[in-house]
Write a protein of this length. Sequence first.
Lengths: 251, 282
Amino acid sequence: MVDRTIIKAANLNSYFGTVQALKNINLEIYKNEILGIIGPANSGKTTFLRALNRLNNLNDTYSQTGEIFLDGQDISGVSDNILRKKIGIIFALPQVLPVSIYNNIAYGPKVHGITDKKTVGEIVENALKKAYLWDEVKDRLDLPAPRLSGGQQQRLCIARTLAIEPEIILYDEPCSGLDPISTAKIEDAMQQLKENYTQILVTNNTKQAARVSERCGFFLMGELVEISETTALFTHPEDQRTDDYVTGRFG
Amino acid sequence: MSTARGREKTAFIILGFATLLVVLPIVLTIFYIVKNGFSAISWEFITQSPRNGMRQGGIFPAIVGTIILIIGTMVFSLPLGILSAIYLVEYARDNAFTRLIKLSVVNLSGIPSIVYGLFGFTLFVLFLRLGTSILAGALTLSIMSLPVIITATKEAIEAVPYSFREISFSLGATRWQTVRYCVLPYAIPGILTGTVLSLSRAAGETAPILFTVAAFYLPRLPRSVFDQVMALPYHLYVITTQVPNMPASISFATAFVLIALVFLMNLVSILLRVHFRKKKQW
């Protein structure tokens, strides 16, 4: 079998000050899969996600040991802006800049040096189409983005991330503030994006992980308890703690 | 119910009275100045040099001097103040040393202006041998303005939501791109307010320019930055205390011009703020 690994975390330990947030994480993520990550609050799932594109490092107290490899290359040698161009992220609450829809999406290309108006226009249109937002906003790209509904804003965030052409998209509880219909639209978009992107979905909603992901990992108190095919993880988990969590005995 | 409403009324009266107490002196002062000085205001008063021991003629050199000093102060203190505030908020790591610097900056804004005057006199006039000159005066006023500009800019930058920075970093922007596109545009209105406030104060200060630039009587305009100039606050001090038989209306008219100048600066900043707010809204 060909090696499909795109990201590999080896002996990853994370600390905020003296508090350990991740304990010896070893994990491989395959190209073009949707990996679900579930676990209760404070289990380290968001810290793991933000370790991948080094957003944790914005916090002065953060430190980590161990390695993360992207396409076989240790990311500690890659500069922040190149790494984050390859690994995009969607935050829990829709976070749009208080500028127009167009300028929200054009921001990424702009900071990566794309200034030609026509090219940027095409990037914006393509990104909105891929995020299933184009039809709803194509006549009002000048509208301030904060005026969109929550679901639309979150799809705008996806479009904004797609505009920098990442290889990997991280989702940090992307639907926690959304209604079921908006959630369904985002899950649809994720299924379509599978062809070209590797996606990692951190979620509090175990049902969502079951619906969307192909493989799923369970984090608890900073440890990766178990990772396997999603159906296997939900039907016959190997670890008792996983069983307790997915059947709703705690969490 | 009735006691709650009674208390509400008492609170309303006390708060309203406090506001009145603050506003009233300002309104009265301006009214008094206009009432006593307006008769002396004329085109000649604004455009001519003083004559006859400053008892006649205008205050043109002092107006020009004050405007030159404001511009000079702006040139030195704006870039330095804004850049160091950006560094303190966005670049400097949060440690004891940084906190000490931030605390010192805040405390520096509480130092009496005469101390800055003496400091400027020692450093610029004597040690750096700039003499009593526009350069020395503008530098002294700049040093006095810096703490306020830095503090105001720092607060305006800190008020920009952290999420804007996070969005920018997450899209692969560098720190400078983030500051340039996602922080500064939203901080500009606040920076403007603080800056103009501190420049207004600089325009009206006498103590810092007393030993560093201000001329007692110099009817011609300056030819270089090494010249002395007359300045409105110092001129006002001179004609009210040092010149016998001075018509009071000229003093009041001079005060009126100084207030009008400061008001004009604030007006410009308000218009700029409205302009920037229109472009960016959140």
